[in-house]
Structure formats: structure tokens, C-alpha cells
Design a protein around this ligand. Structure first.
Ligand SMILES: [Zn+2]
Ligand SMILES: [Zn+2]
Length: 290
């Protein structure tokens, strides 16, 4: 059994009430292993610019019917789960939805656009955004794989150097205790050279606090910023999680999110960097998607 399947089973056992959501996550993680996505990642030859994620400025030539198939697969899994909010997503299967507009909005974490699309469909906005946020994950994981050597080693921003998302959490690894941020969208990682708030850049130790919830165990803390009230879950680990498992690690530690919220801290909504991405039709059909 893979680390992903073990992680999913563990989550189902601990949170049986999450089953509908975990079914959707499972679909996406299965698709993330499809190497077909690697073939649509544009080739990069130039060095990464300061502050600009690799995805920004990219033109992605995708097959419209394949994106629609992925959307339908995920929406179908969601609405079959039987929860009332997920059931409101059903019209997305029949609507003449512009899948490229939807995919682009998901890629760019454009929540205003996603809310508009949800309203047009009559779908529950929260459920629609949660499900469609997962759509670009297979492509973004492929970008992270293909662009591994393009990432600037000197990257010092708080957002992901590949896709511009805020970190899902931080890892403090090995006996060197080197600190890395991890991205829940592309699975990427980037070093954090000192303790600082990824959201506002605060590095004054007086303004940064570490919260240790009672139930969190010795290996997890919440690093929070008193200036912007943002927080990052931080795990001490021997080695980093596999890219596709970042999403599951994030879900598995929801107790820490609850504890942080109770203390008045939050994760910022939306993107860390406003991406500029063009999605075009490549006019070719992929042989097999699933
Ligand atoms: Zn990323
Ligand atoms: Zn801050």
C-alpha cells in the first residue's frame, strides 16, 4: 500500500464523518500520479525571477474535454456522497460551463470568480470552492516535478515558488533542523532560512509566538504572528513528506487549525501571489485520463 492510501485509510478511521470529502481527495490524488500531466507543463529555460512564482506568466495548452472529464469525475464523486452541500454541485455536470475559465480561476485561487460561477450554477459556494480548488492539483504537482531544477535557490518569499500559494505547513527536518515550507497544491517545498511569518514577513522574535496545544504531541506546534495574526503549523520530522501527501498531512492535523482559530489566529484566504496564467485549447485529445 502506498503512503497515500495508508494516509487516507488512517484519516477515514479517525474521522469517519469525513468520508464524502476524502472520496473527492482520493480521486484527485489518484489523478496526481498520472504522468500525462507532465507532458502539458511548459518547458522552462530561463532562470526564475525574484518574487515571481514559476507558474506566473505561463501559457498552458490543455485539452478542454480532458479538463471537463476531470471536473465531472470530481463533481460526481462529491454529489454522490450524499451530503446536502455537495448535492448542490450536481448542476455543474449539466451546465454549459466554460471549463477553462473555471480551471484558470482555480489555478489562480481567484475566489471572487469561483463564487460568481457557483452563484450562476446555484451551487453552494463553500462546497463548490472546496471541490474546484482541488482541480489543478494534478497539473500543479506535475509543474513541481518538471520545474524542480528551475526553482531559485535563493527564494525567500513566504509563498510557493512554483504556484504562489501560501504554505500548508512547515517541516523542521532531521538533526540539522532545517526548516521548509510545504505547498498543499503543487506539493512543493522551499527553505525558510530563518523563523519569520510567511504572510507579513515579520521576523522580530517578540512578535512571533509558538503555541503548543495539549493534544498536539511533541512534534507539532503552531507558529503564529502577533502582527498579522496568521499562523503556520510546524512539524518536526526526520524527512519531508512525499509531494502528493502534503494535502493529507494538512487534513490530518486539523486539530492544530482548530486550536489556532480558538486563539484568534487564521490562515489567509486566497493566493500568496496573484498569478497571471493563460489557459488555451491544445486541440488534441489525450488518449486516457483515468
Ligand atoms: Zn505550490
Ligand atoms: Zn505576520
Amino acid at each position: 500500500m502506498t503512503a497515500i492510501e495508508t494516509g487516507l485509510q488512517d484519516l477515514k478511521r479517525r474521522h469517519p464523518e469525513w468520508e464524502p470529502w476524502l472520496a473527492v481527495v482520493h480521486e484527485i490524488l489518484r489523478e496526481t500520479a498520472n504522468s500525462q500531466w507532465d507532458t502539458v507543463v511548459p518547458v522552462r529555460t530561463e532562470a526564475q525571477q525574484d518574487k515571481v512564482p514559476l507558474l506566473s506568466g505561463a501559457t498552458l495548452a490543455l485539452e478542454k474535454s480532458s479538463i471537463r472529464r476531470l471536473l465531472e469525475q470530481v463533481i460526481r464523486t462529491a454529489y454522490r456522497s450524499g451530503t446536502p452541500k455537495m448535492a448542490t454541485l450536481e448542476p455543474a455536470l449539466h451546465a454549459k460551463l466554460d471549463v477553462f475559465t473555471l480551471f484558470q480561476a482555480s489555478l489562480c485561487q481567484d475566489s471572487d470568480r469561483l463564487k460568481e460561477i457557483a452563484a450562476d450554477l446555484g451551487a453552494d459556494s463553500e462546497a463548490f470552492q472546496a471541490v474546484t480548488a482541488l482541480l489543478p492539483v494534478p497539473l500543479l504537482n506535475a509543474c513541481n516535478r518538471r520545474w524542480a531544477s528551475s526553482k531559485a535557490v535563493s527564494w525567500v518569499e513566504g509563498y510557493c515558488p512554483v504556484c504562489g500559494a501560501w504554505p500548508a505547513f512547515a517541516e523542521v527536518r532531521g538533526i540539522e533542523r532545517s526548516r521548509f515550507f510545504r505547498c498543499g497544491r503543487c506539493g512543493g517545498e522551499w527553505p525558510s532560512h530563518c523563523l519569520f511569518c510567511p504572510y507579513c514577513g515579520m521576523n522580530d522574535h517578540q512578535e512571533l509566538v509558538s503555541l503548543v496545544p495539549e493534544k498536539s504531541g511533541a512534534n507539532s506546534v503552531i507558529d503564529a504572528c502577533k502582527r498579522c495574526l496568521g499562523y503556520v503549523k510546524t512539524f518536526t520530522t526526520l524527512q519531508g513528506s512525499p509531494p502528493a501527501k502534503v494535502l493529507l498531512d494538512d487534513l490530518a492535523t486539523v486539530d492544530l487549525d482548530v486550536a489556532a482559530l480558538e486563539q484568534g489566529y487564521k490562515r489567509p484566504q486566497g493566493a500568496g501571489y496573484s498569478l497571471d496564467v493563460t489557459v488555451t485549447d491544445n486541440g488534441k485529445a489525450w488518449r486516457r485520463f483515468f
